[in-house]
Design a protein around this ligand. Structure first.
Ligand code: MN
Ligand code: MN
Length: 301
């Protein structure tokens, strides 16, 4: 399937900006339960910041920061480079970020201690922290599926070494890539069905109702609402109002919905709250990552 660079950029930018906005909207209600959100906000839909991290309106958190750190390492290295990515996460950790997931911190510290690029497989690594930051890699390898699969596993294992984290990160990445390439919702649903066939734990229909940072809860929440809404705004709003890991789930929902409906579908009243520096970094990264993808298409290794 051939898609124009402009159409690709529109959907890729939708995915990346959508990710950041889902993070910023969800962060307000992170770790709240749906009934608490309902009580405090009715339906939470405004970029008001606050939350347990006491954020400014529209402020993004670790989810978007780690994605941007990964994206920068890929752009600077001219492609995926595990050492460069690990170094980028170390540099990010040293900025004293507003939030750091426990498993992410443990993995980055392991790399700082012994230079290893992967931990042993660990039952405790089933969180969504590796999945949440993989979009730049999905973009940079957009025309090379084998490179995407190989690099995604390495990216995940820097901090999370768990079969369900791997499976979910690969599946959400394949869905996003398919949407960006113009595959539409049907192909995306086929990919979701494949994930469930391989790992029935991820079944999201009927929705089991939990939205924690456990990768199974995250995938169920994101996919259920993505497939049962029909716009960027309704998808992201529905997901963050499920609370719990609302910023990460909101970010991943924003990524899929942005890839499906495009950057132009993102409401202005959300986009205008995003910090201008973050917005231009995302625009520049999207462009540079797509250029890397197109380069690898023209000069296959
Ligand atoms: Mn976060
Ligand atoms: Mn989170």
């Amino acid at each position: 399937m051939e898609v124009s660079r402009d159409a690709l950029y529109e959907r890729a930018l939708g995915a990346y900006l959508g990710f950041a906005l889902g993070d910023a909207l969800g962060a307000t209600v992170e770790f709240m339960m749906p009934s608490e959100i309902q009580h405090a906000y009715g339906m939470h839909r405004d970029m008001i910041g606050g939350g347990w991290l006491k954020l400014k309106p529209g402020q993004i958190t670790d989810d978007t920061q780690m994605s941007m750190a990964l994206g920068e390492s890929i752009i600077d290295s001219g492609g995926w480079n595990a050492v460069a990515a690990a170094d980028a996460f170390v540099a990010w950790l040293k900025t004293r970020p507003v939030d750091v997931g426990n498993t992410c911190r443990r993995g980055i510290q392991r790399y700082m201690n012994d230079g290893s690029l992967a931990g042993e497989a660990n039952e405790a690594d089933g969180g969504n922290g590796a999945c949440m930051r993989n979009l730049p890699l999905a973009l940079a390898t957009l025309h090379d599926d084998a490179a995407f699969e190989r690099a995604t596993r390495e990216q995940c294992h820097l901090t999370h070494h768990h079969p369900l984290s791997d499976a979910a990160t690969l599946a959400l990445g394949r869905m996003t890539r398919s949407l960006m390439n113009g595959g539409g919702l049907k192909a995306c649903r086929t990919e979701a069905n494949r994930l469930i066939a391989a790992h029935p734990k991820f079944r999201f229909d009927p929705y089991p109702g939990r939205a924690s940072g456990y990768i199974v809860d995250t995938v169920q929440t994101v996919l259920h609402h993505f497939f049962y809404t029909d716009s960027f705004e309704s998808c992201v709003t529905a997901v963050v109002n499920r609370g719990e890991d609302a910023d990460t789930n909101g970010a991943l929902a924003g990524m899929l919905a942005g890839a499906a409906y495009g950057a132009s579908s993102i409401p202005r009243y959300w986009l205008n709250k995003l910090d201008g520096t973050i917005r231009s970094r995302i625009e520049n990264q999207t462009d540079a990552l797509l250029s890397l993808a197109l380069q690898s298409k023209e000069t296959p290794r």
